[in-house]
Design a protein around this ligand. Structure first.
Ligand code: MOS
Length: 731
C-alpha cells in the first residue's frame, strides 16, 4: 500500500490536531539519547570489518597546480603499506548534495590548498599516516590563483530591481548606507568525515557520515560508474553535519576506490586539519545595506548588495539576500549578488547558508535607522513588516514575526526606548541590549517513508533519512505515535540506510517537514485501511493506546491486523502550495552583552529567542535546535573566522583550538520561546523548518547590544576585541 501527495494546496485539516494520543509536540527525550551519551552508538569512523585496511589522504600543498609525478616507490616498500591510490576520480571536488544537476568531473588539476590527491593504504592507521607524510610528489603550476575576492574576477547576478533606490535615498528623510563584512566559516561538526567501504565484487557498502543518503548514493555511483543499485550507504548516527556532509567528499570516494581495487575493506577517516582544509567553507561576504525612510520611519527604499566567492566552475553562491527579499518593505528595491572566483576550498552550504550572515547585517542597519529616527528598534521593525512579498506580491502563509518581537521583548524584559549607548556600567564593563529579527525561507523536498503496524502493538518506521543531531528519530516517532494511537516508545524508528525508502535527507531545515510528511501520509494510509476493515469512515476512527474506537465499538489494533503486519509507504512531494505563498519561518532575538571598556572583550550575558516555526512536532528537540542556532550566533558575532594566508592561500586555523566556536564559558543562559502556529501551506503536518532559523539574525542582536553597551558600531564580523576597541569612542 502507498499514499502519494504532491502538495498543491494548503492542508487546513490539521489532522494531527484531531488525533487522540496526545504525543505530538510533547517534550520527550530522544530514543537514541542514552546510547549516544554512553558512547555505544556507533559512528562512521568506529565501524570495523574483518581484514580492514586503513587509508590516509595525501593533500595538496599548493593552491593551484598539477601533479607532475607521484613517486609511489618512495613509500610502497614501507612496513604495512599496500597501495598508493591516485585515481583522478578522488581529486574531484566535494559534492553539494545536488546529484543529477551536474555530472561528476574527475580532475587532475588541484585548485585549492589541502585538496586530496592520493590515498595511502596500509595495514594499520599509523603505517598509512607515516607513509602518507613521506609520499614524494612533484608539482607544476597551471596559472594564476587569485586569492583575494576583492581583487578577483566576478560574475554578477542582479536578482531584484524595483523602482529607483538611488532616487529614494536622495529623497528620504533618513538614510543608512553601511558596508559590513563577514569572514569565512567552517561547519565545524564534531564528528570528522569518515568512511568504511566494503566491495563484494558486485555491491559496494559504505558506512559513512552523511546528511542526504539518496543523493549521496547517486553521487557515489556516478563518480565510480556503478549503478545506484550497486551502492548501499549506511549512516544511522551523524555527529553533526551543518552542511559539510550534504554531498559526498573525498574520503568516501577514496575508501571506495581502494576497497574495489584491493578487494579488502578500507577505512578512511579525515584528520581534523583535513576536515578544515578540504571540506566546504562558508564564503566570506562583503555586504552593502542601504535603507531609505520617511520621517515616520517607513521604508521607501531597501538595498542589499553582496560580494561572495567560490572556486572557478562552482555554481554555489552564498545566498545572502534570501530573506532580504521579503523581510521588510520599501517600494524601491535593489538586491544584487556578485560571485568572485578565488582559489579557496569549495564554498558551499554551511549552517543556514545565506541568512546566517545576511540577516544580521540588515538588522544592524535597522538599528542605526532606529537611532536616527529616535525610535525604539522594535517599533521600527513593526512599522515595516510588508503585507505581502514586496517584489512578488505573494501573501505570507504564516508569519509570527510581530508576535515574536512582542512576546520575546516581554520575556527578555526589553525596555522600549530609543537607543542611547553607555547608559549602564558595572565596574569596567559596559552593559547593553540589542534586538534583531530572524527569518529563514522554508523548503520541502521529496521524501518517502514506510510505516509498518505490527501485531504486537508496535510500529516500525523506515526511511533512509538521517538524524544529524536534529531529532529525526524523536519526531518521526511522535508523528507515527500520534497518528496510530501508540506511545513513541512503541515506535521503532530506523534511519540512515539506503535499503530503506528514500527520504529527504537532512539539509536546508527541510528534514522534519518533508520526512515528517512522508511518515504522516503512510499513517493516513494505514488509518484508512483500518477504517475499511472496521467498515467505518476514516473520520469516525479513533486510535489511542493500541485500541481502535468508533461510535459504538472498540477493539484492539492487534485483532484488526489478524496477526499480520500492515505496511504503507508515504510519498510526499512539494507542489505549488509553497510557490503560491511566501513561506518562511520567522522569529526575534534579544541579547544582553557586557563589553570591557579597556580590552573591548564582549561577553554575551543572556539571550532570548522567540520563534514561529509552524507546528512544533517535538518540544524538546525543537528547542534544542534553537539553542544550537543561538549558540552559533555567538560564534558568528564574536569569534568564528577562517583565516587564509594572503600569500600562499593556505588555511591557517584548521583545528578547533584556533577556529573558535563557542564553548561552555562563552554561552550564557539561553531562553527559547516557541510560538504556537500552524502553516497549512508549508507541509501537510503544518510544520515549517526550524533547524537553521535560530542562527539567522542573532549575531546582529549581539552587534546592536555591543553598540548599546559601549557606543562601538563595528562593521566587521567577528567582533573581536581589537575591532571593538578600534570602533569605541573615547571614554
Ligand atoms: Mo544545511 S547548511 O543545508 O545542512
Amino acid at each position: 500500500m502507498s499514499v502519494h501527495l504532491k502538495q498543491d494546496k494548503p492542508d487546513t485539516r490539521n489532522v494531527l490536531d484531531t488525533m487522540a494520543q496526545g504525543v505530538i509536540g510533547a517534550d520527550l527525550p530522544r530514543p537514541e539519547g542514552l546510547i549516544k551519551v554512553t558512547g555505544t552508538a556507533i559512528y562512521a569512523a568506529e565501524y570495523r570489518a574483518d581484514g580492514m585496511l586503513e587509508g590516509v589522504l595525501v593533500t595538496a600543498p599548493v593552491v593551484r597546480g598539477e601533479i607532475a609525478s607521484i613517486n609511489e616507490a618512495s613509500v610502497l616498500g614501507m612496513p604495512g603499506v599496500r597501495a598508493v591510490i591516485s585515481d583522478k576520480r578522488m581529486t574531484g571536488r566535494p559534492a553539494q548534495g545536488t546529484a543529477g544537476e551536474a555530472p561528476f568531473q574527475p580532475a587532475r588539476e588541484v585548485c585549492y590548498w589541502g585538496q586530496p590527491v592520493a590515498l595511502v593504504v596500509a595495514e594499520t592507521f599509523e603505517q598509512a599516516r607515516d607513509a602518507a607524510k613521506r609520499l614524494a610528489l612533484d608539482w607544476h603550476g597551471t596559472g594564476d590563483a587569485p586569492l583575494d575576492p576583492e581583487a578577483a574576477e566576478t560574475e554578477k547576478d542582479e536578482s531584484t530591481r524595483k523602482g529607483d533606490l538611488a532616487h529614494a535615498m536622495a529623497e528620504a528623510a533618513h538614510t543608512v548606507d553601511v558596508t559590513i563584512t563577514t569572514e569565512g566559516h567552517a561547519s565545524a561538526a564534531m564528528e570528522p568525515h569518515a568512511a568504511l567501504a566494503q566491495w563484494d565484487g558486485r555491491t559496494l557498502t559504505v558506512h559513512a557520515s552523511l546528511q542526504m543518503l539518496k543523493y549521496n548514493r547517486a553521487e557515489l555511483a556516478d563518480s565510480l560508474k556503478l549503478e545506484e543499485e550497486q551502492v548501499r550507504l549506511v549512516s544511522p548516527y551523524v555527529g553533526g553535519g551543518f552542511g559539510s556532509k550534504l554531498g559526498i567528499s573525498q574520503e568516501v570516494v577514496a575508501a571506495s576506490l581502494a576497497a574495489m581495487q584491493l578487494g579488502r575493506p578500507v577505512r578512511v577517516v579525515m584528520s581534523r586539519q583535513q576536515v578544515f582544509q578540504t571540506i566546504m567553507r562558508r564564503s566570506e561576504t562583503r555586504q552593502r545595506i542601504r535603507l531609505a525612510a520617511d520621517a515616520e520611519g517607513r521604508l521607501t527604499g531597501f538595498g542589499h548588495e553582496a560580494l561572495v566567492s567560490n572556486l572557478p566552475g562552482e555554481d554555489f553562491a552564498e545566498p545572502v539576500l534570501q530573506s532580504s527579499q521579503f523581510l521588510y518593505g520599501g517600494d524601491n528595491r535593489l538586491l544584487k549578488l556578485d560571485l568572485a572566483r578565488i582559489h579557496r576550498m569549495t564554498a558551499g552550504s554551511v549552517r543556514a547558508p545565506g541568512e546566517a550572515v545576511g540577516v544580521q547585517t540588515v538588522e544592524q542597519a535597522m538599528d542605526i535607522l532606529a537611532e536616527k529616527l529616535g525610535m525604539d528598534p522594535i517599533a521600527l521593525r513593526l512599522r515595516n513588516l510588508p503585507d505581502a512579498h514586496p517584489a512578488k506580491g505573494t501573501p505570507f502563509s504564516s508569519r509570527k514575526l510581530a508576535e515574536c518581537l512582542e512576546e520575546g521583548a516581554k520575556a527578555f524584559g526589553w525596555e522600549p526606548r530609543p537607543r542611547a549607548p553607555r547608559h549602564t556600567r558595572e565596574g569596567e564593563w559596559w552593559i547593553g541590549t540589542g534586538v534583531a529579527s530572524a527569518a529563514r525561507v522554508h523548503a520541502v523536498v521529496e521524501a518517502k517513508a514506510r510505516v509498518t503496524l505490527r501485531p504486537d502493538r508496535t510500529a516500525l518506521v523506515e526511511t533512509d533519512m538521517t538524524d544529524i543531531g536534529t531529532g529525526t528519530y524523536t519526531i518521526l516517532g511522535q508523528i507515527a505515535g500520534e497518528m496510530l494511537g501508540l506511545m513513541p516508545d512503541d515506535i521503532d524508528v530506523r534511519l540512515g540506510d539506503t535499503d530503506f525508502p528514500p527520504g529527504s535527507g537532512s539539509g536546508g531545515s527541510w528534514g522534519a517537514p518533508s520526512c515528517g510528511s512522508a511518515v504522516f501520509l503512510a499513517c493516513e494510509g494505514l488509518r484508512k485501511d483500518i477504517a475499511r476493515r472496521l467498515d467505518i469512515g476514516t473520520d469516525d476512527l479513533t486510535l489511542k493506546d493500541g485500541l481502535a474506537r468508533w461510535d459504538g465499538g472498540e477493539t484492539a489494533l492487534a485483532d484488526i491486523l489478524g496477526g499480520e503486519p500492515l505496511d504503507c509507504i508515504g510519498h510526499f512531494e512539494p507542489g505549488s502550495s509553497i510557490e503560491d505563498a511566501t513561506v518562511s519561518s520567522f522569529g526575534a532575538f534579544f541579547a544582553e552583552v557586557a563589553v570591557n571598556r579597556w580590552t573591548g572583550e564582549t561577553r554575551v550575558r543572556r539571550m532570548t529567542g522567540a520563534f514561529g516555526i509552524g507546528r512544533v512536532l517535538s518540544a524538546r528537540t525543537a528547542r534544542s535546535q534553537c539553542l544550537g542556532g543561538m549558540t552559533w550566533c555567538i560564534g558568528n558575532a564574536l569569534t568564528e573566522s577562517l583565516m587564509f594566508d594572503p600569500v600562499d592561500g593556505h588555511l591557517a586555523n584548521c583545528d578547533l583550538a584556533e577556529y573558535h566556536v563557542p564553548v561552555h564559558r562563552d554561552v550564557p543562559a539561553l531562553e527559547v520561546l516557541l510560538l504556537e502556529e500552524r502553516d497549512a501551506a508549508a507541509s501537510p503536518i503544518q510544520a515549517k523548518g526550524v533547524g537553521e532559523l535560530g542562527l539567522c539574525g542573532g549575531a546582529g542582536a549581539i552587534a546592536n547590544a555591543i553598540y548599546d553597551a559601549c557606543g562601538a558600531r563595528v562593521f566587521a564580523y567577528p567582533m573581536t576585541p581589537d575591532r571593538v576597541i578600534a570602533a569605541m569612542p573615547d571614554i
